[in-house]
Design a protein around this ligand. Structure first.
Ligand code: NI
Length: 137
């Protein structure tokens, strides 16, 4: 079994906020991500598929084809958008944290991958020092 990873990047705005909490409590829990007028992150999404290299191409999967699928299903829907308001597959009552986003991204991507590979891991990097991973369970 061989693992192939493609990296895609996008920029998006969000705000982490619980409407039933006080401003003080939101700022305490979410810090700068609670900024009332939104803020942005430069995200990197690492998509890892696994499979057996094809005897003719040597590819687990054509990395350009993987990129096209990820762009169509995820990147085109989140890039330069507000993750709290603009993305149909992110519920409005759900915090757009990296932990939640990787699960939604998995659900969007998984049904659209070709049968020769299996989705192994999504890793979403929000800052240089924070990332979330999801392995489908
Ligand atoms: Ni943030």
């Amino acid at each position: 079994m061989v693992y192939l990873t493609r990296v895609e990047r996008f920029n998006a705005a969000h705000k982490l906020w619980v409407k039933d909490w006080s401003d003080e409590q939101n700022n305490e829990v979410f810090g700068r991500c609670a900024n009332a007028n939104w803020h942005g992150h430069n995200y990197s999404l690492h998509i890892t598929v696994k499979g057996t290299p094809d005897p003719f191409t040597g590819f687990v999967m054509d990395a350009k084809k993987l990129s096209d699928i990820v762009k169509a299903r995820i990147i085109d829907k989140v890039d330069h958008r507000n993750l709290n308001l603009d993305v149909p597959f992110i519920p409005s009552d759900c915090q757009p944290t990296s932990e939640n986003l990787v699960v939604f991204f998995w659900q969007e991507l998984y049904p659209h991958l070709p049968p020769e590979v299996d989705l192994h891991r999504l890793m979403l990097q929000e800052t240089d020092t924070i990332y979330a991973e999801y392995f489908g369970e």
